[in-house]
Design a protein around this ligand. Structure first.
Ligand code: FAD
Length: 492
């Protein structure tokens, strides 16, 4: 934080989509905002989600009307304001013996879904049309179709951060909140900088958007501990050619009836997801062997002839949902968010990527008494005039910046990274989408990285070792998965 002032109106802690949304809205409304993130931007749940911008048909089935309505309305707003970054995605739900829910139930739910979005997208297609739209899909009873949307969650977060920066917010990655102490009319925050130094920042008020890490912090903030239940969700990414899809397919898992899906994403096919307790949020989330087999089992139910095995998996990721705790199974937990005010402090957790703007608005309503000079909220998200070309670039051809080395060297200058994995896993998705986590690209990236980031050869070597270890542990197959599959994986 060299050169930054040591006073701020609002300190936002947590550089996921929730913290980014708060920083953007507060900066737009005239506050002096400082946002800190202990790792890279979006390195928590906000780069590890299922990347759907959706109302969540299953939340409707659970009777979560408010959440579904807010989500579909925000989906439509994001589609309008960020058309290059948030894209409409057609969904298909196959029908037939053993495939639930049946057509009448689903069509009734979709009618409500359409009504909430004030846009009709539902239809039913015959078995013949279903197999034409999604070759190889097992849908003997035809299929229901409707629209939702998808995005790149990390890029969405980066885009919101870019907006916050443009409105004057100061953003500091790799800067950790270590302690908070109440003083006069605000807080003293003790921060650990990227260089390992301790700094004190005085803030008139604080918004803590710590995701799954909120639980342990609540008591230190002097708040009643919010009851969060950390739940892990894991995903597989297959090469697009191995299961080519032009739209999403969603169905219920044959083993437990949970919703699962497969859909096209950045030239690959994503399969998800699981929902398991992950009691220690400080343990990095990784897919386990049972989750891998659960997702492969799901694929066999509706793509029986595709013969997808662990050997087909290109990469994996898992994230932790900080879900507001209730009774029942993980999947039955509400995806509503939690916004709670303390003494010049607001905590924000749970919810969804899709509803980040609503969460930010509610957090700022609680902050307003301590920052009475906040301007009234402006219309829309305030992002429309950001650089949409960059978004389109990354969607259409996720590897294009490698070809155009100048373009991505410029990107590193304007949006520097601390580590190679920041570049490979979040600024770009090369580490997930390319064979062998993009290892073959590394020699081509070396010179530009060293020039743009000032890394010497020793630093480059360290970064490569760090990256390779990370992708092996967090983005490969589980250590105890079938070893034949892991051997083959490195060549795909
Ligand atoms: C498996 C999975 C699938 C999902 N799928 C969808 C979906 O399809 N659609 C959807 O809308 N939503 C989805 N979600 C939900 C969505 O991803 C989350 O609600 C959202 O990303 C949470 O954002 P956040 O900012 O609250 O948390 P995070 O993104 O986790 O950010 C919290 C940040 O706080 C930082 N932090 C913690 N402690 C400190 C500290 N002491 N100092 C500084 N920084 C700190 C962390 O490093 C982290 O980056 C999914 C979530 C998961 C896990």
């Amino acid at each position: 934080m060299n050169g930054a002032p040591d006073h701020t109106d609002l300190l936002v802690v947590g550089g996921g989509i929730a913290g980014a949304g708060v920083a953007l809205q507060a900066a737009r409304r005239g506050a002096r905002v400082t946002l800190i993130e202990r790792h890279d931007w979006a390195s928590g749940a906000s780069s590890r989600s299922s990347k759907l911008v959706h109302g969540g048909l299953r939340y409707l089935a659970q009777g979560q009307w408010r959440l579904t309505r807010a989500s579909v309305q925000q989906r439509e707003q994001l589609l309008r304001e960020l058309p290059a970054l948030v894209r409409r995605l057609g969904f298909m739900l196959p029908h037939g013996p053993g495939l639930n829910p049946g057509r009448p139930t689903l069509q009734a739910a979709l009618a409500v879904y359409d009504a909430l979005a004030q846009r009709r997208s539902r239809a039913w297609v015959s078995a013949a049309d279903a197999s034409w739209l999604v070759p190889g899909l097992h849908a003997p009873g035809g299929a229901s179709v409707y629209d939702d949307a998808t995005t790149d969650d990390a890029r969405l977060t980066l885009r919101v951060l870019a907006g916050a920066r443009r409105h004057g917010a100061r953003l500091h990655a790799y800067t950790e909140l270590q302690a908070l102490q109440r003083r006069g009319d605000g807080w003293n925050a003790t921060l650990r900088t990227p260089e390992g130094h301790r700094r004190t920042l005085e803030a008139r008020c604080v918004v803590a958007a710590l995701g799954a890490q909120l639980g342990p912090w609540a008591a230190r903030f002097g708040l009643a501990a919010p009851l969060l239940r950390p739940l892990r969700g894991s995903h597989l990414l297959l090469p697009g050619w191995r299961l080519p899809l032009a739209r999403a397919v969603a169905w219920q898992h044959p083993a437990d009836g949970r919703p699962v899906f497969a859909y096209p994403w950045l030239g690959c096919t994503m399969v998800g997801t699981t929902d398991l307790d992950h009691p220690d949020p400080d343990t990095p989330p990784r897919i386990s062997a049972p989750e891998l087999h659960y997702l492969l089992h799901a694929l066999r139910a509706v793509f029986p002839r595709a013969g997808i095995t662990a050997a087909d998996v290109r990469s994996t990721w898992a994230g932790i949902r900080p879900v507001v705790a209730g009774d029942g199974t993980p999947s039955a937990q509400s995806r509503e968010h939690l916004v709670q005010a303390g003494d010049r402090l607001v905590v924000l957790a749970g919810g969804k990527l899709t509803t980040f703007a609503e969460m930010a608005q509610q957090a700022l309503d609680l902050v307003q008494p301590w920052l009475p000079a906040l301007h009234p909220a402006g219309a829309g998200l305030g992002l429309a005039d950001e650089n949409a070309d960059a978004d389109a670039f990354s969607w259409e051809n996720p590897c294009a910046p490698v070809v155009d080395a100048d373009a991505w060297a410029r990107m590193l200058h304007t949006d520097p990274v601390q580590h190679l994995d920041d570049l490979m896993l979040r600024r770009t998705r090369w580490g997930l989408c390319l064979p062998a986590h993009g290892q073959r690209l590394l020699p081509r990236l070396q010179r530009a990285c060293q020039q743009a980031l000032g890394w010497d050869a020793a630093r480059w070597a360290q970064e490569c070792v760090r990256y390779q270890r990370l992708v092996r542990t967090d983005h490969g197959l589980p250590a105890d998965a079938d070893t034949d599959a892991r051997t083959q994986e490195s060549t795909r």
